[in-house]
Design a protein around this ligand. Sequence first.
Ligand code: A2P
Length: 272
Amino acid sequence: MTSAAVQDAPVKASPFFEEKVLWVKHWTDRLFSFGLSRPESFRFRSGEFVMIGLPGEDGGKPVLRAYSIASPSWAEELEFFSIKVEDGPLTSRLQKIQPGDTVLLGKKPTGTLVLDALKGGKRLFLIGTGTGLAPWLSVARDPEAFSRFEKVIVCHGVREVDELAYRDFYTADIHDDPLVGDEAKAQLSYYPTVTRQPFERQGRFTDLINSGRLFRDLGLDGEKFNADEDRIMLCGSMDFIKDMGALIESHGLIEGSNAEPGDYVLERAFVG
Ligand code: A2P
């Protein structure tokens, strides 16, 4: 090919933004969070996910995975909450990023864990396990969650106590948020549970719901979800969303989507 032909070749727009790492926080040897600069043209709805990646090694293809955006739609920077998998194609490298490094950010955020996919109701349950907490960091910082629902209940289930990342955020820091602090104080509950270590509350969400304990602990009327008033978002492992989805349906709730809002929505959390 001549140099003229190279110059004339159409320039393909990259499907990714190249964004700067602003900060990295390691919670445990299995979990970390990081912040990226946000391109001005990047729009998303609270609760959506996007592809995140790193350029391929030795000039190979970029390595990408879907990540829930853990910041609300109005935030100036983009936050992500990730696991670290020792031999994971992406996370084995991503866990080593430092401020100033470049990370690839997809241009097309999407997903069903959005308020638009739910019908109106009184109580919004955001139930996630592991890094399935990430979308609630977005949705529960969005003023719309508090204007549409009387109560917003963030439920986080993990194996071990130190995996309750963002516990201080939900029990304290969010109350000082300039945009939703007052609403969070009045309307937000945080409901953590641990399954493989002693903790103030233990057990899987499926068991806490089946036994009615979740409703009693939260001081709610009844010992079941109420299809007229309760709306639910689920995010976690494949098994978790399958079992929880079946349980919620047995209480009479119907799955929603962007095209047809319903009583609950679900998404599989990023796994490695
Ligand atoms: P458990 O410790 O009893 O397996 P994981 O890291 O495997 O995604 O698990 C995160 C949390 O979700 C753990 O507390 C785990 O409980 C719980 N969990 C895993 N699978 C299910 C399921 N099918 N139903 C309810 N909870 C689950």
